[in-house]
Design a protein around this ligand. Sequence first.
Ligand SMILES: Cc1cc2nc3c(=O)[nH]c(=O)nc-3n(C[C@H](O)[C@H](O)[C@H](O)COP(=O)(O)OP(=O)(O)OC[C@H]3O[C@@H](n4cnc5c(N)ncnc54)[C@H](O)[C@@H]3O)c2cc1C
Ligand SMILES: *[C@@H]1O[C@H](CO)[C@@H](O)[C@H](O)[C@H]1NC(C)=O
Ligand SMILES: *[C@@H]1O[C@H](CO)[C@@H](O)[C@H](O)[C@H]1NC(C)=O
Ligand SMILES: *[C@@H]1O[C@H](CO)[C@@H](O)[C@H](O)[C@H]1NC(C)=O
Ligand SMILES: *[C@@H]1O[C@H](CO)[C@@H](O)[C@H](O)[C@H]1NC(C)=O
Length: 509
Amino acid sequence: MFLYFLPLFPLLAAANPIWHAKSSRALVQALEKRDAGFNVSFPISSQASLITPESEDWASASLRWSTWSAPQFDVVFAPATEQDVVTGLEYLTSINASFLAKGGGHGNSLTLASVQNGVMINMEQFDHVVVNPDQTITFGGGARFGALYETAYDAGRELTLGSCACVGATGATLGGGHGRLQGKHGLAVDAVVKVRMALWNGTVVEASASENADLFWGMRGAGHNFGIVLETTVKTWPQENKGMHYNADMTFTTDSLEGVVTTINDLIPSLDASLALDLFFYTDPSTAEPVIFLNIVYGGSKEKGQAFTKRFASTTKPHVKTPITRLVLNETEVSWKDLPYESANGLINVACIDGFAQNIYTASTAYMDVGLTRKVFDDYVAFVKNNPLASNSIVFYEIFGQQAVVNQRDEESSVGNRKYAKVLNLIEAVYSDDSVAAAGDAWARRWRDEWVKPKYSGYKREYVYQNYAHGDEPLEALYGYEPWRLTRLRKLKNQLDPHGFFSAYHSVS
Ligand SMILES: Cc1cc2nc3c(=O)[nH]c(=O)nc-3n(C[C@H](O)[C@H](O)[C@H](O)COP(=O)(O)OP(=O)(O)OC[C@H]3O[C@@H](n4cnc5c(N)ncnc54)[C@H](O)[C@@H]3O)c2cc1C
Ligand SMILES: *[C@@H]1O[C@H](CO)[C@@H](O)[C@H](O)[C@H]1NC(C)=O
Ligand SMILES: *[C@@H]1O[C@H](CO)[C@@H](O)[C@H](O)[C@H]1NC(C)=O
Ligand SMILES: *[C@@H]1O[C@H](CO)[C@@H](O)[C@H](O)[C@H]1NC(C)=O
Ligand SMILES: *[C@@H]1O[C@H](CO)[C@@H](O)[C@H](O)[C@H]1NC(C)=O
């Protein structure tokens, strides 16, 4: 940690010649400008820090969830105040530096590798979460979902949040924000009432229905494109069932797959708004055997939740076309704030582990094609058998309530394709040894390319949740096929980010 009220980047460089030699292009440029008589000194607060690869804090300060196609940084700037963000942006854009804000560090897309020799603007000190008198919650640009669960729950409130505690609440909300309570409350963006942010030139603006309404529209679905979010204010709702949720964890024999998938498909057309299903294929590290794991979370009473669990019971009737043999059933009642850690027997929380290469392909479908799911499962088993170094790879399917998601007025936010996201399908090649990278990419891409075929997806075109996108999809699959959507987004981008500083994550331009 360093303390400053001083010429900033140049001082650091001058004080550390070794680092200077390795420094990023941006900082070298700054030094050149200083040498040419350009005044690049500026004040930042004493709590702000600049961390370089030589610092003992570098590993933790620069850590991100996935190393696959990751952005590359030469320096981490951790602002502590709004003025620090303003000063940093004014400076970095004045030297045309490459930079990227970090919220939770879970962003994962081919496009992020466009940041090279960059400056990470680590927002971790903007981690406040405050309940306002009108029961809205305001959270800082670096707050993670875990802190929102905690604060909202303790205030007797609930809202749509992502399933994992570790994910950045801002990063996820900028692209939509999909979560178990979405059937009741819509996507996370649907609760946003105000965003406070800094534009590329350091100008701080607020966006809401009544102020900068066009920007407010763009921030809710394509928000990575326009600036750095300082804080976001969201609506909340009174919690139901005293904040207790029903959780059921089940495993099945591998020949039950058709029965399990058929039952999921039977539930989809009228999926209860409070119901969320997660189906996983993973490999048990102790036995190296594949596991079919189903997690059900019901945002209400145990009795109501159990009605769904019963449908996945072992089949006793003879002559059932797709029988089920359930191996494990573990039912618990979990407080909402503990769900990220306890649901799915902790599997959701395991997904938070940082530092693997995670090459993910995803697609949205209307249902789960039974025959294709069998092929995906069998090939998953074969892939892991042939590539034991990728045994942490997984396939999973998220089937969450849809009612409040599709009942929003579609044109009121920049979230595209709302009606085309009944099942989110994810296939993830996970490894730390790059010798399996090519095999993992080919395996995962192959099944994504099948999922998007209309005969399997049930949709005429390709759809993907913006925040899950691999980064190689047509932009319309992320932002919507109505031509006015990308037109409007690009116009906004030209106005608000005319030089394209915020273009590393699914840029609309
Ligand atoms: C384990 C895991 C679980 C997930 N679960 C869910 C889920 O349940 N629901 C869901 O909707 N999504 C989920 N996601 C996807 C998630 O929404 C995206 O990965 C999202 O980009 C993560 O945001 P972050 O802040 O953690 O990541 P970062 O890498 O820090 O940020 C991602 C992008 O957002 C930008 N950004 C972050 N903070 C700010 C800010 N303050 N101002 C401006 N830009 C900012 C970054 O610059 C970057 O472009 C999950 C991802 C992972 C890896
Ligand atoms: C350089 O900037 C600092 C801080 O803004 C200011 O105090 C100083 O007078 C400037 N020097 C020149 C030569 O412009
Ligand atoms: C700024 O940097 C970008 C990306 O590195 C480059 O394409 C662009 O030409 C640069 N602009 C200026 C004015 O130097
Ligand atoms: C059942 O789930 C709870 C909560 O996740 C967990 O603590 C417990 O160990 C599980 N029991 C079994 C038998 O897996
Ligand atoms: C800052 O950038 C915005 C968006 O491009 C622009 O509208 C505004 O006029 C700029 N402010 C200043 C002071 O130049």
